[in-house]
Design a protein around this ligand. Structure first.
Ligand SMILES: *Cc1c(COP(=O)(O)O)cnc(C)c1O
Length: 467
C-alpha cells in the first residue's frame, strides 16, 4: 500500500480557505487596535473587520448635516478608482493630469467671470480651507507690499468678516497672525452687512471676506453692496481694501441658478474666490479651488518654482503630494454635466430644499430663518410660543430623528444670537423628493411623540448634554 504523504502546511492553507468566513479565529476574537499586530491576516478578513466596524458610522446618504458630496455616478467612481495612483504634484510624469487641472482652472475663471483678457490664475487645493489659507496669504502679502511702498508700518494686519464665517478663516487668522475683526449677528441679521463691515475697516485691513452661502443658514451675503461700499471707501481714503469671496458652496450654485446676481469677478473689488469642488462641485472629498482675478493679484513671492524630475513646476500650495483623482473627477463632472447638467442638478436641490422648508413651516411649531432659495440649505427654529411651553428642544428633535438614521444637526447661532437654537438641512444631489417625504413623515412622527408626552422635557432635562 502506498500512503500519500500529507503536507501539513497545505492542509492548514486548505482549512483556512474552507473555514466559513465568520468562524475563523480572526473574526471570533478581538483584534489589536492600538498597536501594530505581530501577524498578518488575509485581505478578506481585514476587509470584513473594517467594513463591519464602519457599519456603526452614520449612513452618509441620510447625512443632511454635511455639505460634502455623498453620491457620484458609477462611471465617476470607476474613473476615480482607476486613478488613485496618480500623485497630483508629479506634473512632469502625469502631464495630462496637470493639463486637466489647468483646464478646470480655466473653466472656473470663466464661470466666475474673470476678465477674458487675463490669464486664468488659480489652482486646486484639498478643499476650501486650504484655498482660504492661500487666498488669505495673497491678501496679506499684497497689503504688506502696498504699505511698504508707502513707507508705512505693516505689522498689524486685520481681516474683516462676519462672525458666521467657517472656522477656516479663524484658522487663517491664527496661523498667519492676522487680527480677525468679526461682525457679530444682531437681531434678525444673520450675516455680514456692508455697513457693519465698513465700520471695522482701517488702513491695516488686508481684505474683507464675504460668504456665498453662510454655513449657519445658507444665505448669501450681500456681496454687491459690500463691493460698492468698498468702492466708496477706497475712493475716499486711497486704501485698496479688496474683497475675497468664500464661495465654498455658492461658487457652484450662483453661476447656474442666479446668473444675474453679481457676486464674482464682475465686481471690481473681488480679487479672489474659493469654492469646494467636493460640495456643490459634486466630487467626493477632497478637492477645492481658488481663482484670482488676474495674474498680478497672486504675489510672485508665494510661488515656488521647483525644478523637479525634469521640469519647472510653479507651485502654490500647503501640501506637496496629493491624490490626482479628485481633480480628474472634477473634470469628469464638468465634461459630463456641462452647464445644463449642473443647472438641472442644482435646481432639483433648490426645489427639494424649498419644498421641505415650506412643509416644515406648515407644521405649526417651527419658523423658518431661510427657505433654501440661496444655496439649497435652510434653517428653522422652534416658534417662540412653542419654545416657551418647553415641551421639547431642537436638540431633542435631532436625537429623535437620529433614531431613524437621519442626521439633522441642531446648534446655537454665534455671537450675539447665542440664544437662538436652529436646525439645518443641506440638500445635496442624491436626496430625492421621495426621501424628503420620508424625512417629513419622521419629523411629524417625532413632533407627535413629544406632544403626546408633555413631561418629556422635564424628565429628560439634565440627562442631555449638548454644545
Ligand atoms: C465648507 C466650508 C468651508 C470649508 O471648506 P472645506 O472644503 O471643507 O475645507 C469654508 N467656508 C464655507 C462657507 C464652507 O461652507
Amino acid at each position: 500500500m502506498v500512503y500519500q504523504k500529507i503536507d501539513l502546511d497545505q492542509l492548514g492553507a486548505e482549512a483556512a480557505l474552507l473555514t466559513p468566513t465568520y468562524a475563523s479565529r480572526s473574526l471570533t476574537s478581538g483584534i489589536p487596535k492600538y498597536e501594530l499586530p505581530e501577524e498578518s491576516v488575509s485581505p478578506q478578513i481585514a476587509y470584513n473587520l473594517i467594513r463591519d466596524e464602519l457599519g456603526l458610522d452614520g449612513n452618509s446618504r441620510l447625512n443632511l448635516a454635511t455639505f460634502v458630496t455623498t453620491w457620484m455616478e458609477p462611471e465617476a467612481r470607476q474613473l476615480m478608482t482607476e486613478t488613485f495612483d496618480k500623485n497630483l504634484i508629479d506634473k512632469d510624469e502625469y502631464p495630462q493630469t496637470a493639463a486637466i487641472e489647468l483646464r478646470c482652472v480655466n473653466i472656473l475663471a470663466r464661470l466666475w467671470n474673470a476678465p477674458e483678457s487675463e490669464t486664468a490664475t488659480g489652482c486646486s487645493t484639498i478643499g476650501s480651507s486650504e484655498a482660504a489659507m492661500l487666498g488669505g496669504m495673497a491678501l496679506k502679502w499684497n497689503w504688506r507690499k502696498r504699505r511698504q511702498a508707502q513707507g508705512k508700518p505693516a505689522d498689524k494686519p486685520n481681516l474683516v468678516m462676519g462672525i458666521n464665517v467657517q472656522v477656516c478663516w479663524e484658522k487663517f487668522c491664527r496661523y498667519w497672525e492676522v487680527e480677525p475683526r468679526f461682525v457679530p449677528l444682531e437681531g434678525n441679521r444673520f450675516h455680514l452687512s456692508a455697513e457693519e463691515a465698513v465700520k471695522r475697516i482701517d488702513e491695516n485691513t488686508i481684505g474683507v471676506i464675504a460668504i456665498m452661502g453662510s454655513t449657519f443658514d445658507g444665505s448669501y451675503e450681500p456681496v454687491k453692496a459690500i463691493n460698492d461700499a468698498l468702492e466708496h471707501l477706497n475712493g475716499e481714503t486711497g486704501w485698496e481694501v479688496p474683497l475675497h469671496i468664500d464661495g465654498a458652496s455658492g461658487g457652484f450654485i450662483a453661476p447656474f441658478l442666479d446668473p444675474q446676481l453679481e457676486w464674482d469677478f464682475r465686481l471690481k473689488w473681488v480679487k479672489s474666490i474659493n469654492a469646494s469642488g467636493h460640495k456643490y462641485g459634486l466630487v467626493y472629498p477632497g478637492v477645492g479651488w481658488i481663482i484670482w482675478r488676474s495674474r498680478e493679484e497672486l504675489p510672485e513671492e508665494l510661488i515656488f518654482h521647483c525644478n523637479y524630475l525634469g521640469g519647472d513646476l510653479p507651485n502654490f500650495a500647503l501640501n506637496f503630494s496629493r491624490p490626482g483623482n479628485q481633480v480628474i473627477a472634477q473634470y469628469y463632472n464638468f465634461l459630463r454635466l456641462g452647464r445644463q447638467g449642473y443647472r438641472q442638478i442644482q435646481q432639483a436641490c433648490r426645489d427639494t430644499a424649498m419644498y421641505l422648508a415650506r412643509e416644515i413651516a406648515q407644521m405649526g411649531c417651527f419658523e423658518l430663518l431661510t427657505d433654501g432659495s440661496d444655496i439649497p440649505v435652510f434653517a428653522w427654529k422652534l416658534r417662540d410660543d412653542f419654545a416657551d411651553q418647553n415641551q421639547f428642544t431642537l436638540f431633542d428633535l435631532a436625537d429623535k430623528l437620529r433614531e431613524r438614521g437621519w442626521l439633522v444637526p441642531a446648534y446655537a447661532m454665534p455671537k450675539n444670537r447665542e440664544d437662538l437654537v436652529v436646525q439645518r438641512v443641506v440638500v445635496k444631489e442624491g436626496f430625492s423628493r421621495d426621501m424628503a417625504d420620508m424625512l417629513l413623515e419622521d419629523l411629524r412622527r417625532a413632533v407627535a411623540f413629544f406632544e403626546a408626552q408633555p413631561h418629556y422635557r422635564a424628565k429628560s432635562s439634565g440627562s442631555h448634554f449638548h454644545h
